[in-house]
Design a protein around this ligand. Sequence first.
Ligand code: FCB
Length: 454
Amino acid sequence: MSNQEPLRFPADFLWGVASSAYQIEGAWNQDGRGESIWDRFAHTPGRVHRGDTGDRACDHYHRYEEDLDSIAKLGVGSYRFSIAWPRLFPSGSGPINPAGVEFYRRLIGGMRERGIVPMATLYHWDLPQALQDQGGWANRATAFRFAEFAAAAFELYGADVPFWCTLNEPAIVAWLGHVLGLKAPGTRRFWQILSVTHHLLLGHGLAVQLFRSIAPQTAPDLPRAAIGVVLNPQPVSPHTPRLPDIWAANTWAGLWNRLYLEPIFRGRYPADTLALLRGLGARLATKPYDMALIRQPLDFLGLNIYTRVVMGVSARGGMRAVLPPGPKTAMGWEIHPQCITDTLKLASEYTDIPLYIAENGAAFADTLDEAGQIHDTARVAYLRDHIADAQRATQQGINLKGYFLWSLLDNFEWEDGYDKRFGIIHVDFATLERTWKQSAHWYQGVVARNAVEG
Ligand code: FCB
């Protein structure tokens, strides 16, 4: 801790915490919820670390009141959560599940009672398995089913939810879910990279268009209804200033960043990336109006920011991520706080709409001391340095409007199961007991002061 002046945020800065449905809810087969691709994936032996599943997760489905109390106690203005598509539409489309509708009505109502502003994500990776059985995101029809689900959510909850995020990290869905097979649905079909990407983006565009035509009116005490998308572009640096490394960095930036930013904000795919992927066998079928549909005016852009990428070339001339020396999180991700400003600047090249850090946080191996307390000083240091960088960004004229910490609770970290803890609140997965870590107390102070120590 230093004696410097605290770094203050603008008065209207929105502080929040984030989570997603499959990672915390549990109750995977209760009250009419349908199967999602994450249920199927986690139930398949060998897919998730130690065979962990989200069957029970944090049991947030039954303990949401306690969790909302924690959010209120943290003092944050907003909670970013996601709506499980298979809870509303167990088979992806068709009849709506009243118990699912009711759950989110209670959850959102609980936020409103506590003065917490809801930010809802519509697709945080839990596609109904029934739609996967019809081809999933590789099937163009899925984009339309997604838009119908989104429209139902706008109609149901639009009065109480001012912030809507269509997709969470389409790049992860496409690359890790469909090419590398590390996340659900766990397929390795390189040739689908463009079609999956395109249908996700089409679903996004259609949902935004329906949002505009439904034009939900929020209650008078809430901000105006706004819609955006959550992306995860990463600042990419070449390992050395040598040409092959520069080539690798640019190529990677095309595959990971521009493939998503350019269609959404400029209505076209990056020509070099498209040519590269097609040359390698990826297929893409578009209709003439698709790109106009994808490029919808947005009200905000959410960014999930954790680290950066350094790219070099391997001995055989291919791209290779280089892990710089220095501290890492338990995920093995480099700790590089400047990734906040660098990512915000990168996004600002595409748009001047308000930006929100929709996720930032870190996994560390937490231990409980004899008194049952968790002194997660490494997480506090990570958060402090990244939030300080966000503050610097606000001073540099970047249109950053809020920060959502990932995550409220330790939770099901996808293919890593319960092994990686991102929460500022510890969860004992045997008893489901929640314990505030030092980082939660610390974040409460940041929010209260609207400033971080300099
Ligand atoms: C992001 C995901 C989120 C969580 C964090 C650690 O990619 O959106 O669900 O897993 O990473």
